[in-house]
Design a protein around this ligand. Sequence first.
Ligand code: GLU
Length: 286
Amino acid sequence: MNGVGGGRFAPSPTGPLHLGSLLAAVASFLDARRERVAWHVRLDDLDAPRNLAGADRAILQALERHGLHWDGPVVRQSERLPRYHEALTLLARQERLFYCRCSRRQLRDAAVYPGTCRHRVEPRADSAVRLRVDDARIAFTDLVQGQRQWSLAEAGGDFVVRRRDGLVAYQLATAVDDGDGAITRVIRGRDLLETTPRQVLLMELLGLPVPAYGHVPLLVDRSGRKLSKQNHAAPLDLDRPADNLRRVLPALGLDDPPADADSGELLSWAADRFDLARVPRRDRVS
Ligand code: GLU
């Protein structure tokens, strides 16, 4: 490692790693190696009710077993609450926030937030906090998916930065952490592409540096559903790290990994060949 900046893998500790999350970890790890920057691990553990006891340790152990060694201390979002509240204060000073009491049911059929509570600008604890997107347009070239642009008013509209139950929303915590952590490369699953313009807008408003983004394909089942904890994807078998790696590398355009290599050799083989420009855009059936 000798470059400035870094990449990161940011699992939510809601369960053990499975092949789908291993793919995201390997993609960001290989990218950081190739860019010669640090690779960090952050635990997105804000949503306490969804956290599974022991999943944080299990995830870290699984990364180690696969030779995915991270740099520096593991960051836990649950330890950064004061910083998120400071960011909320900064956004409030810019008069971008309002206090929304719309119920889930009220918004169920709305593809774009209809602006119902925009006039509620007095802080209230019993409300969600939303950010007014106004006419923000975000454009960038995704390192895998190519050029993208969004009008945030059309892509969902004003969005939640603090939930009604008081929890800081994923968008805000992610934007602040990536910005503060000198993260210069966010390589993650394609399912998060649509969240990116919101995070970029937040970083711009907060004066934080915006990383480069690359959204890699997902592993899906035969009916096209993402392999995920919700779909009961099997936890990784930690006794077979090389087999696991061999199953995810082709999704990154790394075909025919050597059959008899161990996990360390496989990662070196992959690091020599990895090229985001050659990662397929399409999901891969696992
Ligand atoms: N914690 C998120 C997840 O596990 C990923 C966050 C990110 O990479 O921005 O889906």
